[in-house]
Design a protein around this ligand. Structure first.
Ligand SMILES: [Zn+2]
Length: 193
């Protein structure tokens, strides 16, 4: 196989043309072989693809590709073409969520009904599409539905490594005895930043 760097443009073009002609002549057979190879090596191929996608090289290439102006424009047009019908969008979102969480729209509705339509923690009404399906991160068990604020709070406390009681106790202690209070400094809120 010649290298592009070692060829004149004419030689390279000739090589490309012969490759293309070979492919066209044997297209059906090559495709069939490719399909068979894929079927026989599916697990290894998928594992390799997945591992490659996580490398810095793959990420850099993907982000370079996605920031090409023509790619950006094409993606924008595609998105604009489908993002028109709110009903279609809602259905797509529901399917995406069901696929991701394993909770079907019917099961989701049943949980919402069981909770009386309110957040499992703050008890504010759960409305709109931004309802979090809260689950145990160790077992995957779906615990219930939360508003975004409560779900985020729960996740942050867990990430800090405290039990909810420990965090509440520390928060309470901090607010009861703020370390800087005796310095009598006051927040002036002079615009952003
Ligand atoms: Zn809530």
């Amino acid at each position: 196989m010649p290298k592009k760097a070692d060829c004149t443009p004419e030689q390279w073009q000739k090589y490309k043309d012969s490759q293309k002609a070979h492919y066209e002549r044997n297209r059906e057979r090559l495709l069939q072989e490719k399909r068979e190879y894929y079927e026989n090596n599916k697990d290894a191929i998928l594992a390799r693809t997945k591992a490659y996608a996580k490398t810095d090289k793959a990420r850099a290439r993907m982000s370079a590709y996605q920031s090409l102006p023509e790619v950006k424009e094409r993606r924008r047009k595609n998105a604009a073409a489908v993002a028109v019908d709110p009903e279609v969008l809602a259905i797509r979102a529901a399917y995406r969520k069901a696929w991701k969480t394993g909770v079907s729209p019917e099961e989701h509705a049943a949980i919402l009904n069981k909770q009386g339509g309110i957040c499992g923690i703050c008890q504010n009404p759960l409305t709109g599409t931004h309802i979090a399906t809260d689950h145990c991160h160790e077992t995957g068990l779906i615990r219930g539905l939360l508003c975004q604020a409560c779900n985020t709070t729960e996740g942050r406390i867990r990430k800090l490594g405290f039990t909810p009681f420990e965090f509440a106790q520390r928060l309470h202690d901090y607010l009861s005895n703020p370390p800087a209070a005796d310095m009598a400094l006051f927040w002036l809120n002079r615009g952003k930043g």
